[in-house]
Design a protein around this ligand. Structure first.
Ligand SMILES: Cc1ncc(C[n+]2csc(CCOP(=O)(O)OP(=O)(O)O)c2C)c(N)n1
Ligand SMILES: [Mg+2]
Length: 395
């Protein structure tokens, strides 16, 4: 992250100027404090019924049928891609996969709230956000196949590389956001992390710095109830969104399986950031429907009842119910989407199988701008190691 990379952005609006792309009135600090007491922001019930919300309705007030269908399409295609990646791992085509199953609304809702010049710092599970940023899904798979160390250029889509070191991307996001503010740029930054990551020192440090420096960053915590096999009760004695209060900025808990609520709350938080009002913590209350990764077996530590209860709150099903009941989509739309999903699965499968193996020595490139004795030594050791296989084959 260079300071130059943020310098070209448009000038920052002053805190007193008119807020945000939606034209909605910006929230005041008093509103923010009021929100901190809200238990769960929900705009769509699990049955797909639209419920009114005095604070957040305005952020989705003008949404069209086409945009609603777009959110549905995003969630369905993301789920299809994710299912394909899980299958590819089972077939030995990927080394590992971290499924987002169940978290589609949290990711698509927040992802679609972003402007193009906002910057995203993801974990390793943000496949839906990547989709919203226009990162080709096949590019997400190279690292999981072990053929590259990333798979996309972060600056092409303002979507940073996946980060496996839990919580560390919140520090990167905070530093980047401080740079954005210093540049006077009119954009915001969003950092994704999990309930387990909330226990990391890096996250606490990010909260402190972003609050004190009024950094334009949204901390988007997907509380999917589990950190591998540890339940959220092992991370915190208070609801996670309430942590923000102690750092001096607002926190909100949103129904993470409600794509409309996630869109609205994230828009609100991003507008606060753009208007110079500093950080916000959004806790998207959701559920990891699958295993932590394909290396995990959740039947070892949680029962079926919990999963079944969350299945009834499925994010895709609830939007479908709403679309059908309110005549936003017809059968033709759902049938076309089904065909598009299958085509995506096929494209992903073929792309993964066609990925070339990397040059074994590429890992030694770009470590230093000029050569380095230690890297040269390691390269030579590695060459000898590779050659030892050739000997075995020759026997
Ligand atoms: C610093 C660090 N410690 C431990 C791990 C091992 N680890 C990988 S994922 C994970 C749990 C993360 O849980 P959470 O933050 O809730 O995110 P989720 O996987 O549920 O999306 C842990 C402990 C790691 N990758 N990095
Ligand atoms: Mg978690």
């Amino acid at each position: 992250m260079t300071v130059e990379s943020t310098a070209a952005r448009t000038p920052r609006r002053s805190a007193g100027s008119k807020a945000g792309a939606t034209g909605a009135k910006k929230s005041t600090g008093a509103n923010a404090r009021k929100n901190a007491g809200t238990e769960l922001v929900q705009l769509l019930t699990p049955e797909g019924k639209r419920v009114k919300n005095a604070e957040y309705d305005k952020y989705v007030a003008g949404i069209t049928s086409e945009e609603l269908r777009g959110l549905y399409r995003d969630m369905v295609l993301t789920r299809r891609f994710d299912a394909e990646a899980t299958a590819l791992q089972r077939q030995g085509e990927l080394g590992l996969w971290a499924s987002l199953l169940g978290q589609e609304a949290a990711q698509i809702g927040s992802g679609r709230a972003l402007n193009d010049d906002d910057y995203v710092f993801p974990t390793y599970r943000e496949h839906g956000v990547a989709w919203c940023r226009g990162v080709d899904p096949t590019n997400l798979l190279g690292m999981f196949r072990g053929v590259n160390n990333g798979g996309w250029d972060p600056n092409s889509n303002n979507f940073h590389l996946y980060t496996i070191v839990i919580g560390s991307q919140t520090l990167h996001a905070t530093g980047y956001a401080m740079g954005v503010a210093k540049d006077g740029a009119d954009s915001a930054v969003i950092a994704y992390f999990g309930d387990g990551a909330s226990s990391q020192g890096d996250v606490a440090e990010s909260f402190t710095f972003s609050a004190v420096y009024n950094a334009p960053v949204v901390f988007f915590c997907q509380n999917n109830q589990w950190a591998i096999s540890e339940p959220t009760e092992k991370q915190t004695r208070v609801p996670l969104y309430q942590r923000a209060q102690g750092f001096g900025f607002p926190g909100v808990r949103v129904d993470g399986n409600d794509v409309l609520a996630c869109l609205a709350v994230t828009k609100w938080a991003l507008e606060r950031a753009r208007a110079g009002e500093g950080p916000t913590l959004v806790e998207a209350f959701t559920y990891r429907m699958g295993a932590h990764t394909t290396s995990d077996d959740p039947t070892r530590y949680r029962g079926d009842e919990e999963r079944l209860a969350w299945e009834a709150k499925d994010p895709i099903l609830r939007l479908r119910r709403f679309l059908e009941a309110a005549n936003h989509a017809d059968e033709g739309f759902f049938a076309e989407l089904e065909a598009e999903s299958e085509a995506l699965g096929k494209r992903v499968r073929e792309a993964v199988r066609a990925m070339p193996d990397p040059d074994h020595f590429a890992i030694f490139e770009n470590v230093y701008a000029d050569g380095h004795a230690l890297v040269d030594e390691e390269r030579a050791q590695f060459a000898a190691y590779q050659a030892s296989f050739a000997d075995v084959e020759g026997v």
